[in-house]
Every structure is written in structure tokens, then in C-alpha cells.
Design a protein around this ligand. Structure first.
Ligand code: PLP
Length: 424
């Protein structure tokens, strides 16, 4: 089936007389007739459910839908995007290991890597996503276990050269992990460009309605763990904590990575999504192609409107000819560059604050990427503890406004922006 059809049907096919929508299995446990039956589940010899911390039918159906949309072989849902990125890396890297990551990533992910996971003994090297292949190669060490980047970075809106990153990762025998949150598979499918693992904060466009925090990991099944068995003993040698199972041997290249993340990391860390939240995500994904097309068209319209406006100092949107990332966007994001646009208000911090106060339709919120337009002035919100010099170092200018353009009528949106800019 094609993408739009899969958004509605993949992952769940009801039998005769069964519910048309994915059922919400709001149950922690599952009943069995004999202990022997349950034992087989624990030994991973039979498929089935025994405890929702590990697996739940609602979450699995929605994970299977996302797996199909990304073109992967296995997927899992988690309780947040933070959990997804933590699991994705920790599944293959532990104390003494090293990871290379793009420096242009979500601040929460940067902190997870640079502070929290570093405390766990994993070292990170951050590279400019626009660096040359030579510079990228130079960041690798013998103990490097993964390369990480975001398709469209939050909030910098840089576009990752996925092929360049994948080529480099593979030359060093490690997988490329791509956080595809802002693009979603409706705009870019990183596996088609060589990425090996995709992560999501499903909290954003996949859910689409700001209803539930969630995360996901999808495996392409294309990275050959066995060919680099010495680097990935956790996948290629027996796991003492799980009855001596060797994941690549039992589940093949298509299933090893996600099975390990479920039975080992989910078992131990328990970052489990609530079935109701998984259901909301599945419902949101049904309209993903429609919403993304409208987000992109509206954002393009807003970016063009701002570019012509005398009170806008600059506009960053990869869909604008002349934008630094226009050419990469033409290659990786031909259907659009998502709904997030950033721009500067002439007059700096005070002018940006006056503009924000004047908005009537767009809501001030720290969220991005849902159906209703929202707006953030980082210098007075997420980055308010920083002075102007510190803001510059963080790549956030005092005049920067981040607009998450929703799916309202474009004329209503530009009218709201125009009247708020008039007050500046
Ligand atoms: N990855 C990206 C690109 C994000 O934008 C975010 C959140 O904004 C996250 C990960 C973290 O996701 P969550 O807030 O669902 O934990």
C-alpha cells in the first residue's frame, strides 16, 4: 500500500465483527491457562503479552504502523522522545564508549548526551552538521558506537545531509541514528538515504494535536551488527540477564536491536507509554499526510510573508530560495520543510517581546509542531537566564521568534502576524 493508505490501515486489521478502531487495551496484565504457557513467553519462545511495562497490544499496533511508515523492520513506542533517544543510544553504547553527534540538536537531547549520559561514562563529540567529511571522520575513535543527528534540527532548523552522515558512519562501522521528529516520514524517510535507526518525539507532528507526550524508535534492519560483532557484544553475544539469548542469532538483523531495547531496557527502565496515549498517537497518524501538507504550505506562506515585511530583520526557513539549507531541503524534503519558521523582529529583544504580546491567534507556548499555531521567544522563555553574549554563543539571537505554524487558514495567520508587527 502507499503511504497515505498505510497511515490509516498499517499495524491493525480487524477480523470480522472486531472493532474498526485500534482497541485500547487498558490492562497491565494478561491471563494464561498454565504456567508453562507463560514460561514460554518469558523465554521468548512464544509471542504474546504478559505485562504492559514490556509490551501492550495497543502500543504494538501503533508501533507497527509507524514502522511501516518509516519503512523499517521493527519499532517500539516509549513514554517520551527523551526516553526514545536515551534508549536508542544506550542500547548500543555503555560506559567507556563514545558517540559522535551533530551539535545542532534539540537542547534536551544535548543535555541528555552532554551531561547525563556523560555521567554514565559515555563520551560524546559534537560536530557542526555542515562540517566536511574529513572533519566528521576526525571525530571518530576506535570506541565510537554511533553517529546521531536530526533531520530538521530543533530549534536551529538546519537540514542534515543524511547521505554524508550515513556514509561516514558506515565507513567507521557504526550505525547512523536520525531523530526524524520535525520531518516525520511524511516529508522524509531517513532509511532511504542510508540511516539505520530512526527516533521520534511523537509528542510533535505524529500525534499532531498536543494531546500526549510520547517517543518511538524504528530500526531499518540494515545495519549488520554481526559484521561488527566485537563492537556490539550486547547484540551478538549471550545476554545473561535474559536467559542467555543472543539477539542477532534469535531475532535476525531485522529484530535484534528493538527486541533487546524492549526486553532489556524497557524491562529495567520502564519508560512505557500508556495504552491510551498510544491510541491517541495512532489516531493522530491517520491524518498525518493531510496535516503535514497544510503545515508546510502555511509555513511557506508565512515565511514568504515575513520575508517581505519591513519589520522582520531575517527569516530562517529551508523552503525559501536563498536559505542556507535550501539545496539540502530540495534533496531531502521535496514535499516541504515542516511548519516551523524562525525570524528576527527588527529592534531586538524589546521589539520581539512587544510583537509576542500583540498576537491574538497564535498562542505563546513552549511546544512546537501541532495543529494550532504557537510561538516562542526563547530569549524571554527557555533561554531567559542567558545574557545577550550567552545567547549569541547558543545560536539564539535576542530578536529570534520561533513560530510553529499550524493548520489554520493562512490569511488569518498572516493577518495576526501583521497586526502584531504593526504594534512593534
Ligand atoms: N527530539 C526532538 C527533535 C524534539 O524536538 C524533542 C522535544 O521537543 C525531543 C526529542 C524530546 O521529546 P519529548 O519532549 O517527547 O520527550
Amino acid at each position: 500500500m502507499n503511504f497515505d493508505t498505510n497511515c490509516l490501515h498499517a499495524g491493525y486489521r480487524p477480523g470480522s465483527g472486531e472493532p474498526r478502531n485500534i482497541p485500547i487495551i487498558q490492562s497491565t496484565t494478561f491471563r494464561y491457562e498454565t504456567s508453562e504457557e507463560m514460561g514460554k513467553l518469558f523465554d521468548l519462545e512464544a509471542e504474546g503479552y504478559f505485562y504492559t511495562r514490556l509490551q501492550n497490544p495497543t502500543s504494538d499496533a501503533v508501533a507497527a504502523r509507524l514502522c511501516t511508515l518509516e519503512g523499517g523492520t521493527a519499532a517500539m513506542l516509549l513514554s517520551s522522545g527523551q526516553a526514545a533517544n536515551f534508549f536508542a543510544v544506550f542500547n548500543i553504547a555503555s560506559a567507556g564508549d563514545h558517540v559522535v553527534a551533530s551539535s545542532s540538536i534539540y537542547g534536551g537531547t544535548y543535555n541528555l548526551f552532554a551531561v547525563t549520559m556523560r555521567r554514565m561514562g559515555i563520551q560524546f563529540t559534537f560536530v557542526d552538521p555542515d562540517c566536511s567529511e574529513d572533519e566528521l571522520n576526525a571525530a571518530f575513535r576506535p570506541e565510537t558506537k554511533a553517529l546521531f543527528g536530526e533531520t530538521i534540527a530543533n530549534p536551529a532548523l538546519t537540514v542534515l545531509d543524511i547521505e554524508k552522515f550515513a556514509h561516514c558512519a558506515h565507513a567507521h562501522g557504526v550505525p547512523l541514528i536520525v531523530d526524524n521528529t520535525f520531518a516525520t516520514p511524511a516529508l522524509c524517510r531517513p532509511f532511504e538515504w542510508g540511516a539505520d535507526i530512526v527516533t521520534h518525539s511523537t509528542t510533535k507532528y505524529l500525534d499532531g494535536h498536543a494531546a500526549a507526550v510520547g517517543g518511538a524508535i524504528v530500526d531499518s534492519g540494515s545495519f549488520d551488527w554481526d559484521a561488527h560483532a566485537d563492537k556490539y557484544p550486547g547484540l551478538t553475544t549471550p545476554d545473561d540477564s535474559y536467559h542467555g539469548v543472543t539477539y542477532t542469532e534469535r531475532f535476525g538483523l531485522g529484530g535484534a536491536y528493538v527486541t533487546k531495547a524492549v526486553v532489556q531496557l524497557m524491562r529495567d527502565f520502564g519508560a512505557t507509554p500508556a495504552p491510551m496515549n498510544s491510541w491517541l498517537l495512532g489516531m493522530g497518524m491517520e491524518t498525518l499526510p493531510l496535516r503535514m501538507a497544510k503545515h508546510c504550505a502555511n509555513a511557506q506562506g508565512v515565511a514568504e510573508f515575513l520575508q517581505k515585511h519591513e519589520k522582520a530583520a531575517w527569516v530562517r526557513y529551508a523552503g525559501l530560495p536563498g536559505d542556507k539549507y535550501y539545496d539540502l531541503a530540495q534533496k531531502y524534503l521535496p514535499r516541504g520543510c515542516c511548519g516551523v519558521v524562525s525570524f528576527g523582529v527588527k529592534g531586538g529583544r524589546a521589539a520581539a517581546e512587544r510583537f509576542m504580546a500583540g498576537l491574538k491567534l497564535a498562542s505563546i507556548a513552549t511546544h512546537v509542531a501541532d495543529a494550532k499555531t504557537c510561538v516562542l521567544h526563547p530569549a524571554s522563555a527557555t533561554h531567559r537566564q542567558m545574557n545577550d553574549a550567552e545567547l549569541a554563543a547558543a545560536g539564539v539571537s535576542p530578536d529570534l521568534v520561533r513560530l510553529s505554524v499550524g493548520i489554520e487558514d493562512l490569511d488569518d495567520l498572516t493577518a495576526d502576524l501583521a497586526q502584531a508587527l504593526d504594534r512593534v
